[in-house]
Ligand binder design. Sequence first.
Ligand code: PLP
Length: 397
Amino acid sequence: MFSRPLRSDLSKHWTLNPETVFLNHGSFGACPEVILDEQDRLRRQLEIDPVQFMEVDARELWAQSLSTLADFINADPEGMTFVTNATSGVNTILRSLDLQAGDEIIISDHSYQACWNTVDFVTNRTGAKTIVVPIPFPTKSNEQVIETILNHVTKRTRLALIDTVTSPTGLRMPFEKLVAELQSRDIDVLLDAAHGPGIVPLDIKKLQPAYITGNAHKWLCTPKGSAFLYIREDRRERIRPLSISHGASVPGTAEERYRFEFDWTGTQDPTAWLCIPQAIGFLGGLLEGGWPAIMEHNKQLALSGRKLLLKALGIPSPSPDSMIVGLAAVPLPGKGTLTASALEPDPLHSLLLEKYRIQVPVFGWPHHDRRYLRIAAHLYNSIEEYEYLAKVLKQEL
Ligand SMILES: Cc1ncc(COP(=O)(O)O)c(C=O)c1O
């Protein structure tokens, strides 16, 4: 048995279990203690006078938070709204589309399954088609990805769901080029930036995607349930929130209606969204160079971690280094056994957790008929943690 490695010095800001090697920032993020304290403070403030908080205080904090996040991704705040997660952002857009039989929506075979299911749901109910683009993994280059996706465009393509970073394979997609190429062919892009703010630089004014949704609760480390949706001005009229609420009967300009409809979808705890400015500020202050330095640090750590795993497994790299940011997936040798249900853990996942206390996703990806292991890297991780995982894998496989 090898001795369990320590996290980085910065890990003191997180409340992660010291007994585990936590290499799965990718699934749900992890929130620093000071941000949890801030959320706790806001919740207590809310309960002192819920009406005052919801109708007055939160509205002001909400506007500040939305505008801070909009600045962070350089988006027009008027097109921004908060949603609880990227899944609901994707659902909001797809379920508002007026699809006709024969219309096509492009996704890739690296798309997050929940979003893929949503595309299937809206295409099945309208007679439209889901076009699944197979992107080879190992992946050769950004050009290969772009060419493969563009080859699937037809006259009937209405929309393409493009990831900023893919979930099963941790590939940083050439989304800037894809948005430009697809939209120049009159195909709207819905950017799935679940792994977006804080892991890749985003410049929405420059990109001009028809739609983008993304999580703050992953790489910005905010409390769970904080995400955003941005809709370009010329698409705002056609999109309605998932919950129709008071805003639908409020008279006013299109902008006022948009704000009211999207900002009030029923009573819920707004504090996770309200912590976004503090999280951006706090994390941004942990490294000299702020967020660009954090993204570079996490990318380098993920790359070093991946190198160790590839060496231990004796396999070639599944993508160029330039397609890696804070996440990296490696195929496991052999076909492996696909677990029967998405909720049933892969036996290797359970072994790593139970015997070695390593929390890292290992899962079957039926669309590639393979098993993957995916590491993540954030400020609390250390290179020793990936060395430990590599040694363990070498021993166990
Ligand atoms: C590419 C991608 N899209 C969407 C999601 C869903 O995010 P959430 O669970 O926050 O809705 C994820 C989550 O990991 C993801 O990786």
